[in-house]
Design a protein around this ligand. Structure first.
Ligand code: GLU
Length: 366
């Protein structure tokens, strides 16, 4: 099989027990499965939860804390315990792990995003196993990735993974809740996540983790939009990840060949950038950027909202609403001036300019 880049997401309940301890047996099972993938020539990145779950008992809590400071303190204790276990077990198999703790800001800041990418690439090139988690201890509540399912989807996009494997304790997606409906049917392969599926999926997760099936579906939808195929399901034993990669996993495969991988610049614009302003464009410009693969030229802009600088990201609105986002080549002031000048000049002669406001390579549809 062709060498693949695989992101494996391991949830808290697949790593710890309800007593708040790391389950060494479960951990060893995952690590041996990673080793098998590596032996076959594949690159592996782990997105591992379990920091809060492994830390709360040591902190004196009897169950997973619900306050922000409790969770953040538990993560500080648990992340060190978790990574210590990973280092011990990987070392026994002559593999070297590296800890990467990310916050949402690391993705919304363009330079930090590029740095994270470069660092992960360097680690992979040197055959290190990146173990990624959200930096829970310092994350601000309103500015998190949501959960590690979403983090794993965004990381998969960033590294242009060939496969995202979300390991969980349910063997995939069903057309109704299998615990309530005994004739619920498992979906083996699907090519999209529909609104009905999202509405039907359970939102809550386990006692030790956060995500439920709904958060996995939202993450899968994101990964899919970034061109990354997803597997959601379970497995056990040394060969579980290889079996999943070969298409024999016990779960649901979600892929759509029509959705290709998108470059990291566009991913950043679509999912991580902060919007600095809005511009409103006319029908002709709308057609050019939506259907003719064109760039947005100043002649199509009739209104500018907000203050932005060259290089910022703005939302673009057409007659019927939001069309997408793009990186501008000029400031809001320059654009205002251009529009003003144009109405003056239009009286004499039509505006002729080919300098684009948003280049088509820096544009993403909503
Ligand atoms: N980052 C959290 C932890 O390590 C887990 C988030 C999640 O469960 O999705 O505890």
């Amino acid at each position: 099989m062709k060498k693949k880049r695989v992101v494996v997401k391991i949830g808290s309940s697949s790593l710890t027990n309800e007593k708040g301890e790391i389950d060494q047996q479960k951990l060893v099972d995952h690590i041996h499965a990673v080793a098998s993938l590596r032996k076959d020539g594949h690159e592996v990145l782990l997105v591992s939860s379990g920091a809060v779950a492994a830390g709360f008992v040591k902190l004196g809590y009897s169950s997973r804390p619900i306050t922000l400071k409790g969770k953040q303190a538990a993560a500080a204790v648990g992340q060190s315990l978790l990574i210590k276990s990973y280092i011990e077990k990987f070392t026994e198999l002559n593999m070297i792990p590296a800890q990467i703790l990310l916050t949402r800001n690391d993705f919304s800041n363009r330079e930090r995003y590029k740095n994270a990418y470069a660092t992960i690439m360097e680690l992979l090139e040197r055959r290190i196993i990146p173990i990624i988690n959200e930096n829970d201890t310092v994350s601000v509540e309103e500015l998190t990735f949501g959960d590690n399912d979403m983090l794993s989807a965004l990381v998969s996009g960033l590294v242009h993974a060939d496969q995202l494997i979300i390991l969980t304790d349910i063997n995939g997606l069903y057309d109704s809740d299998p615990r309530v409906n005994r004739s619920a049917k498992k979906m083996d392969i699907i090519d999209k996540i529909t609104d009905e599926m999202l509405a039907a999926a359970q939102a809550s997760g386990s006692k030790v983790g956060t995500g439920g099936m709904r958060s996995k579906l939202i993450a899968a939808k994101t990964a899919l939009s970034l061109g990354v195929p997803v597997f959601i399901g379970k497995g056990s034993g040394t060969e579980k990840l290889l079996e999943i990669l070969e298409g024999h996993g016990d779960g649901t495969y979600i892929f759509n060949r029509a959705l290709g991988s998108i470059n990291t610049r566009r991913q950043w614009i679509a999912y991580h950038s902060e919007v600095a302003g809005r511009i409103f464009i006319d029908k002709g410009a709308e057609e050019a950027i939506l259907f003719n693969g064109g760039s947005l030229l100043p002649a199509g802009v009739f209104e500018v909202n907000g203050r932005f600088q060259k290089g910022d990201v703005v939302e673009v609105f057409g007659i019927n609403g939001l069309l997408g986002k793009g990186e501008v080549t000029c400031s809001s002031e320059d654009l205002q001036r251009l529009i003003g000048k144009r109405s003056e000049e239009r009286k004499k002669q039509p505006l002729k300019t080919s300098v684009e406001v948003i280049h088509r390579n820096k544009w993403v549809r909503a």
